[in-house]
Ligand binder design. Structure first.
Ligand SMILES: [Zn+2]
Length: 477
């Protein structure tokens, strides 16, 4: 058998990865603390080294992932099928095997490559690397069930086109920079800004004196002030989403999945504002599959939602009704990790037409593994995250107070895992990912996760499995 030489040298084989193409056997192997791609013969599209005992060993480089993808079609991202979908962001590039295990008994389409431009900037990664690492994870698990690739929170057309060129299928437009907090402005000021909008007359004709029948909640109509405020708040954002969409249609005439997300803005999106945004997008021919409003309450990274649950349910019901009446797009829940309170409502009110995005939680699970397996490293990471917090918290919705974190010196090793769970330390650790992954600690953490790979996949599958159970698409254990 083709692997003898390597196995004799102490390499381990990922059994599920073994497959053939063009008469060559491919497999992922692990040795010397890292994973590599083994080919039974050299192929010119791959770069690597010829082994003295036969075969060809390739580092997990972007170009090798894309070469692999050309031989095995199941490694190419594809568009979302009907129904629910779940985004499994992976800050480290090592979480995909655990993510695949999480969905093994769940009825949901996974987006396995999903990072935003901002997160990539913080970790020093590229869209290519994010996709390549997902491809190797998928290959490792022998998964052939299909997956999406989401270029998340796009704020520039150039970034979207670049992601399109390398095979991304899902594009999340973030027009947040164009959203105006109109509710904070006087009526006089919004009237002034409204008059400056090129489509002002158009908006009046389209909305005033018109009622919109919305399935399940009755009719909605805009008063003049409501229209003016909605248009000032989201008018320019819609223009940007329109522009980005149409740039993508030129680059990807075969089609793509498009999401518009305004979740990271200062103020919640009211149902009426949602109606305005969706109606405007559709009027301009923007065919979107998913929309992320800014929901009410505290939607913070990595911790459960807090707020007035009755208000949330009422608004969610209206948002969901609008989504299925005006179009038939998913409601998207961003910062969706650990929102256990919300999942049952989201599943029920949207009648299964939802998209949830998670990302940072796979990093927190990695830290949980470190807390158990490498307390010294974990202490260094925690200490460094606290030091970097003032800088790292920028642009994230969080409420952590680092002064409420117990001092590390006073904690025994057994008490460290609790820091990953506790509200304040969890958020500080959560937003520290960029600083940590760019520092030498990042490499140590990754090495640890390769060493304790099964631990990491196991805990990920359990933790994200709880999300899927809450959403009603996976059986409880
Ligand atoms: Zn978001």
């Amino acid at each position: 058998m083709v692997f003898w030489g390597l196995l004799n040298r102490g390499y381990a084989l990922y059994d599920r990865s073994v497959r053939e193409a063009q008469g060559v056997t491919f497999a992922l192997v692990r040795g010397g603390g890292r994973k590599q791609l083994f080919l039974s013969e050299r192929l010119s599209e791959f770069s690597g080294e010829v082994l003295p005992e036969g075969g060809f060993l390739c580092p997990l480089l972007v170009e090798n992932a894309f070469a692999l993808q050309r031989l095995f079609p199941s490694l190419s991202p594809r568009r979302l099928p009907e129904g629910a979908s779940f985004g499994f962001g992976d800050r480290l590039g090592l979480a995909t095997p655990g993510h695949i295990r999480a969905i093994s008994s769940a009825n949901v389409f996974p987006v396995l490559a999903q990072q935003s431009v901002r997160e990539n900037a913080r970790t020093g990664r590229t869209f290519e690397e994010v996709l390549a690492q997902a491809i190797f994870g998928i290959f490792q698990e022998g998964y052939e069930g299909g997956f999406g690739a989401d270029a998340d929170h796009l704020k520039r057309i150039g970034d979207a086109l670049h992601a399109a060129d390398i095979g991304y299928t899902f594009f999340t437009c973030d027009p947040g920079d164009y959203v105006v907090a109109a509710e904070r402005l006087s009526l006089q000021e919004v009237q002034r800004q409204f008059a400056l909008l090129p489509e002002a007359d158009d908006f009046r004709r389209e909305y005033l004196g018109r009622t919109f029948e919305i399935d399940g909640i009755g009719s909605l109509a805009f008063s003049e002030e409501e229209l003016i405020r909605a248009a000032v708040k989201y008018g320019n954002a819609v223009d940007f989403a329109d522009k980005l969409y149409h740039a993508l249609t030129v680059r990807l005439p075969q089609g793509f999945d498009y999401e518009v997300s305004v979740d990271e803005t200062e103020t919640p999106t009211t149902p009426l504002e949602h109606l305005f945004v969706a109606h405007e997008l559709l009027r301009r021919g923007v065919d979107f599959v998913s929309l992320a409003p800014r929901f009410v309450g505290a939607m913070e990274k990595g911790v459960d939602w807090r707020g007035d649950l009755e208000a949330f349910r009422r608004e969610l019901r209206a948002h969901a009704a609008i989504a299925r009446t005006v179009g038939s797009y998913r409601l998207s829940l961003h910062s969706g990790s650990d929102k256990f309170t919300l999942y049952p409502f989201l599943a029920k009110e949207t009648r299964g037409l939802w998209h949830v995005k998670t990302a940072g939680t796979s990093y927190l699970v990695a830290l949980e593994v470190a807390a158990h397996r490498a307390p010294v490293l974990f202490r260094e990471i925690a200490q460094f995250s606290v030091e970097q917090f003032a800088k790292d918290r920028a642009s994230y919705h969080i409420s952590a107070d680092p002064s409420l974190i117990p001092s590390l010196e006073g904690l025994s090793d057994d008490e460290l895992p609790a820091l990953v769970a506790q509200h304040h330390s969890r958020q500080v650790l959560h937003v520290g990912f960029g600083s940590v992954l760019k520092s030498p600690l990042g490499n140590e953490l990754k090495k640890l996760l390769v060493e304790y790979e099964d631990d990491y996949s196991e805990v990920l599958a359990t933790h994200l499995g709880r999300h899927l159970q809450g959403l009603g698409i996976a059986a409880s254990p």
